[in-house]
Design a binder for this molecule. Structure first.
Ligand code: ASP
Length: 354
């Protein structure tokens, strides 16, 4: 009995101070375990994850991808060097990738099951926690710029479809004819996906019953960027055409704040790519930030931990992230991920494979 009371007193002594701290709203400050004292400029981008095996790209294609990634990451970094904010740099780099037919965003967006292009994007400012997101666009040339306008020029966080395009008109954001988004490569991918879906339905009647099939192309291609500016502010953005053969009205993780995009100066900025449904269910981008905030995890460990959860649930894809010191985290469970960042010598590093 004596022992029991002694134990009880010890437990109370340990628990009570935490309770008191919590009541005062005073949880102990989490110490960051890493990083230099002074923030530096930082910039990282991705151009999607997927089945990108060594040797699967022709040398010419690989050169083209590498050149575009280098152009975008360098442009974002130069903007930061010129004193632009991380929000400006993220928008700039993503616009370059959206204008390229190589990536599944803007010009190179994939086709829906109805043969349309339906674009989504989002951006977040880690200083203010302001965010802007758009989904289901058919005519906006650069969805990331509309997402930024939603963040900065509207009282809302997310706008979709016709309403979002009406807002684009009012904000004088460039609209284009739907034909602008046609690329033969993406059209052929849709035909191939439909054919494979039919074959799948014959083998697996359950697939036919719910009208849904596993995406077969598994070559994501969404684009994203995370930047840290000279003011110590982090921003993150993501833009996508979604997934080939997606059904009417389907929205993935890219325009969902906390799933495909997140930024908080106290932790990190994140942009994701992959099978969106899984990233939404796990709140991937916010979860990475939470790992850093609640568990003081270094950024690479946090991205790996969350991608493990995606894998365990059956999803695939990847993330890029940057903390408040400019440390980067890159994690993916696919064969490859198009990505580029500026290293500590200020040089652009472009990587594709594992
Ligand atoms: N995450 C995107 C989506 O699910 C696809 C991608 O990353 O390519 O819409």
């Amino acid at each position: 009995m004596k022992r029991f009371f002694a134990l009880l007193i010890i437990v109370l002594c340990l628990v009570l101070p935490i309770g008191v701290a919590a009541q005062k709203g005073g949880f102990p400050e989490i110490k960051q375990l890493q990083g230099p004292q002074n923030p530096r400029l930082g910039f990282i981008i991705h151009g999607g994850a997927g089945v990108i095996k060594k040797g699967s790209l022709t040398p010419e294609d690989e050169k083209e991808y590498r050149a575009k990634l280098e152009e975008a990451v360098t442009a974002g970094y130069k903007a930061l060097q010129a004193g632009k904010t991380s929000v400006e740099a993220v928008e700039l780099a993503i616009r370059i990738l959206e204008d390229s037919p190589l990536f599944n965003a803007g010009k190179g967006a994939v086709f829906t099951a109805d043969g349309k292009n339906e674009l989504d994007a989002s951006i977040m400012d880690g200083k203010t926690l302001m965010a802007g997101a758009v989904a289901g666009l058919h005519h906006v040339k650069n969805p990331i710029s509309l997402a930024r306008a939603v963040m900065e020029k509207s009282p809302h966080v997310m706008m979709i479809g016709d309403g979002a395009e009406q807002f684009a008109k009012e904000q004088k954001i460039e609209l284009v004819d739907e034909k602008y988004f046609f690329t033969q490569r993406r059209w052929d991918e849709l035909q191939q996906e439909k054919k494979q879906q039919q074959q799948q339905q014959q083998v697996k009647p359950s697939v036919a019953a719910n009208g849904y099939s596993e995406p077969l192309a598994k070559a994501f291609g969404t684009v994203g960027a995370v930047g840290l500016d000279k003011f110590g502010n982090i921003a993150a953005g993501t833009s996508t055409g979604g997934m080939t053969n997606k059904k009417y009205g389907r929205v993935g993780d890219s325009p969902i704040i906390g799933a495909g995009t997140f930024a908080n100066n106290n932790t990190c900025g994140v942009s994701a790519t992959g099978w969106g449904e899984y990233f939404i269910r796990l709140g991937v981008a916010r979860d990475i930030s939470s790992m850093m905030e609640y568990r003081a995890m270094p950024i690479q460990q946090a991205t790996d931990a969350v991608m493990k959860k995606v894998q365990a649930l059956g999803g695939d894809g990847g993330v890029i992230a940057m903390d408040k010191w400019g440390n980067i985290g890159i994690s993916f469970n696919t064969e490859g991920m198009y990505r580029a960042y500026i290293n500590s010598d200020g040089k652009a590093v472009v990587e594709i494979y594992r």
